[in-house]
Structure formats: structure tokens, C-alpha cells
Design a protein around this ligand. Sequence first.
Ligand code: TNX
Length: 520
Amino acid sequence: MSCICLVGFIGLPLERKQAKLSEHSIIPKPLEVVDREGSFAFKDGMGYQIDGDTDDLEYGIEFFTKFVKKSTGIELVQKDNAEINIAIDGSKEPESYSIEITPAGIVISAGAGQGAFYAFQTIRQLMPAEAEKGKTADIAIPAGKITDKPEYGYRGVMLDVSRHFFLVEDVKSLIDQVAKYKVNKLHLHLSDDQGWRIEIKSWPNLTNIGGSTQVGGGKGGFYTQEDYKDIIAYAASRYITVIPEIDMPGHTNAVLASYGQFNPGIELPEENRLAVDRKVLGVDGEDESATDLYTGIKVGFSTLDTKKEITYQFIEDVIREIAEITPGPYFHIGGDESLVTELEDYKPFIERAQAIVTKYGKTSIGWDEIAHAKLEENSIAQFWAKEKNIKLAADQGNKVIMSPSKHIYLDMKYDSTTRIGHTWAGLIEIDQAYNWEPTELVEGVGKELILGVEAPLWTESVENRQDIEFMVFPRITALAEIGWTPQGHRSFEDYKQRLKKHTARWDKMGMNYYRSPKLD
Ligand code: TNX
């Protein structure tokens, strides 16, 4: 008997009816859920078996067995005729899965390890919130069948590690938290005016000087190439692809402070300059043309010198070194807010940057402004502000990623009282984050041109892991559902009810999420 029983006042057990499968609060909402009678209870001695290609299943299995052990105390072992059967069927889409739950067992069928991992995330959400904290007795999940697959293949979150630097451990924590919602891309904004955050062996001052501070004048930091590989491997173990961004030709003061030769003579804002102390930073010699470091939050004042050949050698070195240690298919070249680069210089610069990305075997992504240039055939434009830029990309036949700032900029305040964040794109409460549809943002840009969706977290005001959690949750769950669940299948009212159950899980995990009054 797998029901959860309470002892009544006359001493007889009273059955508390277990919620049906279709009444469970899964986010993102699955495509199809069918209820059946009964439930499946995890019991000692149970195990799992795998049918089909096990190649990329290992991480998923590791996650699942660890979670079951933590939440039930049961050590699932691999055995024949097991209660939990995981079948990989390569003819299905890799992210798709189905779960059939009966009192006798669970049968998971998935297109690949990734789909199986998503099946495990769904099963996790079928377990009680207490399971997130540790051992909970008698876990049973209701019988039925879930059949599921995503609407879009690109479901991303972006973390700006330049304005404030975050440790590898903080990035991993974010990876863990978003993977639960089937987010599959992590875009790292690795460079900006305030800091350069990845070791480039051929240009060491980028990190020695360019990585030495951040917004507010703190000590900054950077990832060694080994750190970066560590993040990538960790993300891969949650079926998340990392997309590195080096923003250019604007947003580059950290480069110009490190190497004056790329400075065409920009004017740094008066406030928040920080003189480079080369002795303290251990850098030999002088560099007359280098700028001061910048620790403020203004944008649009910097540019690389687009007219010098050495600039292209430089970006080629950077792209090559990063591409070599990036297994994913993408490289993001930024391209936004290059307000002091003449358009006639900007366009050929972007074209050359894209060509270098292509040369090193990657697909180029850039913020929507890049569509002013001639795009490479497979280049991707990321919508954040201007519909007309996305039209330019679409006219060229290029695909787009949707990050509409007024809906899903995670650095916007929730309401006027939010302690951190900005308001330039508006206030973004959970309904504003949820109520949009990728195919309705730009006229003429429909599903066939949309690769997917991404929520960026810019970090001018975000200083630590608690701040990240506060700005990302709950809004990332809206993004995850918009990327996964077709429009006709979701509504804010229904999402809100499900979200309440998730905040209970986040409480168990000790997360610092935003407690929206919209959840009553
Ligand atoms: C605009 S969005 C930027 C960022 C800022 C952000 C602050 C985009 C492509 N550029 O440089 O951090 O606004 O909200």
C-alpha cells in the first residue's frame, strides 16, 4: 500500500488521498500527462536497468541514484528485471522522454541521455518538497504516463561575470539550480569595460590588469583556462552547453587598460576611474596609451581600434584560445552598444570577427546590433532591444535567440522597492516575466527562425550568490517554461499555482529567491 496515511482521532488510519499525476506541479509544464490508478513506491532492494545506447547516460544515472539515495535512503543498483527501466531510443529527439509509472515500476524512454536526465528532473518534482532536504520516509509517486519534449532547443541563462566576478563554485550552483528546469545553455559574459575574466595565454595582461577590479572597485578576478574547463565539464554533466562571450568592439575598456595599442583614443567617463598600478599588479614596463581601469556602470564609451591590423590578430588569438577549450558549437562576439565605433568601421569589424569564429569551427552569436553587418550564413542574432535589428537578421535568413529586455532581463527590479537592479526596461514581476511568446515579439519572425530563448543576468548591482538567486528565481522558471512548453498549453494562472509548490522546494534548499506578492 503506497498511500500516505494519517492516524485519525479514533486511532484508525485515515487515507490522505495522493494527488494525481496530472495535479502535480511540474515546471516546465509537460506536453501530455495521463492519470492511472495507484502509485509507485520506492522500496529497499529496488534497482534500475538500461536498454540501448548508454553513452551519454552516465551523468543522468549518477544524478538520479544520488537523489533517490538522499531523499529515500535507498541505494538503487543496476540489475536485471529491475523496477526502473531506462530505454534509450536513438530514433527519438535527444531531449524528448516519456515516463510510465505503474505500481510495479517506472519505464523511462528517452531519445538520449539528455532526455533521460529530464525524465529524472520530472520525477524529482513528483517527489515531496521535503525530499530536497534529505531522507523522507515512504516516497510514492502517482501512476500514469508523461510524454514530453521541448518546443525550442535553446533555453538559456546568461551570467555577466565581468561587472562583478563570481567564483567557480557560484557558477556551479547556478548550473545546478537551472538544470532542474531543463535549461540547457549557460552564456558567460566574460569581458566588459570593468573586467576581463578568462586567461588568454598569449595576452597575459588581459587578466593581470584587466581582471584586477570590478564595479565598485573590488578586487575582481578571472578564470584560469583550467577553471573554465572545470565549469564546462560541470555544465556538461547537467547537459548544459556553455557559450563564451567576448564582447567587441565596444564594452572593451578592460582590454584598453591592459594593452594601450588597441586604444583609438577613447574618452573614459570622469567618475570611477582607477589608475593602473603596474608594480602592484606585477606588470613590467610602461604603457602610455593604456586607459585607466573603469569601475562605474556607464556603457557605450569604449571601442577597440578597428583600423589596426594588430587588433584582428589580437581577436584571433583570443577566439582561437577560447574556441580550443570550448566543446560547444557557439562563440558569442557581443557587438552591442558600440556607440563610439563609426557604423562604417563597425560593420567590417563584425564581419571579420564572425569570419574568425567560423575559421575556428564555431557558430557566431551576437547581440541584435550585429545584423547591421553582413551575417555569416549560420550566424545568430540575439534580440534584446530593437525589433528592427532582428528584422535585418531575418531578412538575411539568419536565426535569432529571443531575450526581450522588458520581459526577461533578470537585472530589472521586480517592483519599485527591489533593493538591487535597474528599471530602464521596466519593472519585471513574475507575470511580466511569464506573459510573452517568442513568435509574437517581432513581426514576420516566426518559429522557423527562432532558435530559442535566453534570460540574461547583468551584474552591475549583483554582488554575490544570494543576489544571483534573488534575481534569477522565480523568473528563470518562466523562461524555462516559455522555451519548453507550447503557447497554447500554458497560462499564468496555472503556472502561478505550480510555482507556489516550487517555492516550498526552494525553502527546503535554503535558496534566496524573490517572494512575489503575486503568489499570495
Ligand atoms: C545593456 S543588453 C547592456 C549591458 C548592460 C545592461 C544593463 C546589452 C546587450 N547591453 O551592457 O549591462 O544593459 O541592464
